[in-house]
Design a protein around this ligand. Structure first.
Ligand SMILES: Cc1ncc(COP(=O)(O)O)c(C=O)c1O
Length: 426
């Protein structure tokens, strides 16, 4: 329970009532999110707490950012040490720092050899902050490869992307979003992207031109409705990329790091990309940190002094959190836990959904499970779940997204299942 009299909370968490907090956000904050009507005051493990002490099981995990659970004690301790030991603040990438050196080594070795067709040179890592920054880094890499290695005139490079993609909200990535709401009024948009249907290999093949330099894909679509591609799709993309010398870029910001029951989602199809993008859970959800990882040979060719940079990208506190989060990932076997708990949960959800008049389909892997509803808005069910002490939200309007922290235990699964039963069957 929150101790509102403690000194710490007078700094970070005030005694201001919920209605005031909501009205401050309404009056002084941009209205760019449709909020669920609850003010969360504390987060720990799989649970969120409001001012009355009411607890909510977090079935969103900040879209996979809180995979190890909120405020994981090991990550918090590492960050506290850094702050109290005066090695957490941003210093500048013009000097070397101990946390960045250790983090990039650890992260590079954490992934299999990326882009093995360029040789067994190991991996290199370019760190940024929010996920979208690393998506843009990957786009730069593919364009540079097209220009330098394929001879495509600079400015003519094209990248194949997929309908219903989600890669973030900055200008370049919204330029190829299928959602007009993301683009409207924000032109001029960035050219150089061709969008085809997810899972449609023929469409990808037809879209390839002499100017194509890369393919950017989510190995499972999160915001696009929790979609699993057809079997063989990623393998097919790999084949086409090899045939046409395209950089195959996997955006695993939401589905990587154990979410789908494997360390990386691409391991379900045994396909290795030429560029890997991770974010969210890389730091255990405590500070923004994202990475673009590729073959050392490509990274050295593409990014040189002056061609990229970021003030906070790879700053000490983020790297300390990243190192601790990778330790937690391995020590607590988060990918295996996700697979085991996900199997149990999906079975139980399927049993409920078989009896529900509202459900069209259940799909997902690991702890990444979507419940598509037949009609209306998935959010209506999420509001009912909130009243019962479960935080979930929709994906693509029609699907209830179930993606709790990967540390969820059997008791917490039972708690969730009881409430899903209540809402979906009645
Ligand atoms: C697949 C994918 N890519 C990119 C992003 C953007 O990440 P960020 O919001 O940290 O910029 C997200 C965020 O949800 C995502 O799910």
């Amino acid at each position: 329970m929150l101790d509102y009299n403690s000194k710490l909370l007078t700094f970070g968490c005030s005694e201001t009532g919920d209605q005031d907090i909501i009205s401050f956000e309404e009056e002084y904050g941009a209205h760019h999110y449709e909020r669920i009507n609850v003010v969360i005051r504390q987060a720990e493990g799989c649970w969120l707490t409001d001012i009355r002490g009411k607890k909510y099981l977090d079935c969103l995990a900040a879209y996979s950012a809180a995979n190890p659970g909120h405020h994981h004690p090991d990550i918090v301790a590492a960050m506290m040490n850094a702050l109290q030991g005066n090695y957490g603040s941003v210093i500048s990438n013009v000097v070397y720092t101990d946390p960045l050196g250790l983090f990039v080594k650890r992260m590079a070795e954490f992934a299999p050899q990326i882009a093995p067709r360029f040789g067994n040179h190991g991996n290199k890592v370019l760190p940024k902050n929010g996920g979208v920054e690393s998506v843009e880094t990957a786009i730069k890499a593919a364009r540079f490869h097209g220009w330098k290695n394929k001879g495509i005139p600079d400015g003519k490079q094209e990248i194949i992307v997929f309908n219903n993609n989600f890669h973030g909200r900055m200008i370049t990535v919204v330029s190829f979003s299928s959602s007009s709401k993301y683009r409207e009024g924000f032109g001029p948009l960035t050219p150089g992207f061709v969008s085809v249907d997810y899972s449609d290999l023929d469409a990808v093949e037809k879209a390839i031109t002499p100017n194509t330099c890369g393919i950017l894909v989510e190995p499972m679509q999160g915001e696009g409705g929790m979609q699993i591609p057809e079997p063989g799709f990623l393998k097919g993309l790999r084949k086409l990329s090899d045939q046409h010398d395209l950089l195959l870029l996997f955006d695993e910001i939401q589905v990587g790091l154990g979410r789908t029951g494997k360390r990386f989602c691409f391991q379900h199809e045994d396909v290795v990309p030429d560029g890997l993008i991770l974010g969210k859970a890389v730091s255990g959800g405590l500070v923004p940190l994202s990475v673009f990882i590729t073959n050392a040979k490509l990274m050295d060719q593409i990014f040189n002094i002056g061609s990229d940079g970021s003030t906070f990208g790879g700053y000490p506190l983020a790297c300390v959190a990243g190192l601790a989060a990778l330790d937690v990932f391995e020590n607590e076997n988060l990918a295996e836990r996700s697979e085991q708990q996900g199997k149990k949960l999906k079975k139980k959800i399927k049993e409920i959904c078989d009896r529900s008049p509202h459900v069209k389909e259940v799909r997902g892997m690991g702890l990444f499970i979507g419940i598509e509803v037949k009609e209306g808005n998935a959010m209506d069910f999420c509001h009912e779940l909130l009243d019962l002490g479960v935080l979930a939200n929709d994906s693509h309007g029609h699907t209830i997204r179930i993606s709790p922290p990967l540390i969820i235990n059997d008791e917490e699964i039972e708690y969730m299942v009881e409430r899903l039963e209540n809402v979906l069957v009645g």
